[in-house]
Design a protein around this ligand. Sequence first.
Ligand SMILES: Nc1ncnc2c1ncn2[C@@H]1O[C@H](COP(=O)(O)OP(=O)(O)OP(=O)(O)O)[C@@H](O)[C@H]1O
Length: 335
Amino acid sequence: MNNTAPLLKASRLCIGYKKGKKEEKVLSGPLELEMHSGQLICLLGPNGAGKSTLIRTLAGLQPSLSGTVAINGKNITKLQPQERAKRLSMVLTERVQSGNLTAYSIIALGRFPYTNWLGTLQPHDREIVQLAMRKTDTTTFANRKLNELSDGEAQKVMLARALAQDTPIIILDEPTAHLDLPNRITMMRLLHQLAKTTAKSILLSTHDLDLALQSADEVWLLRSDGVLTKGAPEDVVLNGTFETAFHKEGFEFDKSSGTFSIHNGNGKSIGLTGEGAPLFWTKRALQREGFRVLADAAESIHIIDNGSTLQWKYKNETHDTIAGLLASLRTHYSI
Ligand SMILES: Nc1ncnc2c1ncn2[C@@H]1O[C@H](COP(=O)(O)OP(=O)(O)OP(=O)(O)O)[C@@H](O)[C@H]1O
């Protein structure tokens, strides 16, 4: 429980679309949601569940079917655009049509709620823009035009713009979508640090389940049937809610490693004893071969770690490599 007043609060919120005059397509609700200072929240769910719809509704970019969204206790629909822009910034996945603007100009636009009608930047505004560029690693392409940047570079520019806007709430729709793995990790680490060090409240939607489980303070799991469950990442994994939200025939979620299995089982089970990295990687190899690694299996593999060497004992055989162990298992199990 968080006892501080929420920065953003949704009450009895129903999200979806109007189909004609009377009919509604309700995607989820009624929802009770809160975003608190210092929190990084990851919104997860399968394709089409309604993540973007929820994000747009919370940011006031699309109307709710019913219920309210309040920022600092004030209904978002009653906030003047400039007032709202000082409290909430938004990063969308789609590329903005920027004409010929440079990355710097786009990032500087983040200061618009604070500048005069001419958009003149004061030294203080320029400092914030520079800081946003340093944090997002966009300084090197500041003078390049946005439409000449890669999708990943453009995405970093849009985050820099949101940072320059310097709002207590930041909402991002799939900010890691176009990034390579190192940049995805950097982005999630940056957002996590921002929430902690600047007391911002950050909500993002993502399909990067592993990174979300590692970095979120809270996850919101939106299932295809519209049910939304909230909790600490570790709680939703251990109580099975996480697995249920992504349940699909032929997929298996391994709670001990926090990963989905991409391999079809061969119907056989095997036991495994060992520790640390050798245990983790041996289990991965066995799962790739289609084995279910179970504590009560009839036969077991034992990993012997002598400090400088590793060995895998199976029946009366000893193997020096995982490849050797797997070759032996294939022979024994005729797989
Ligand atoms: N303008 C619209 N009018 C009616 N239905 C819409 C509209 N936009 C989206 N939808 C539908 O709403 C549902 C949720 O879409 P949404 O984009 O919110 O899902 P999502 O969880 O963000 O999906 P993804 O992970 O694929 O990005 C989908 O069935 C989609 O077809």
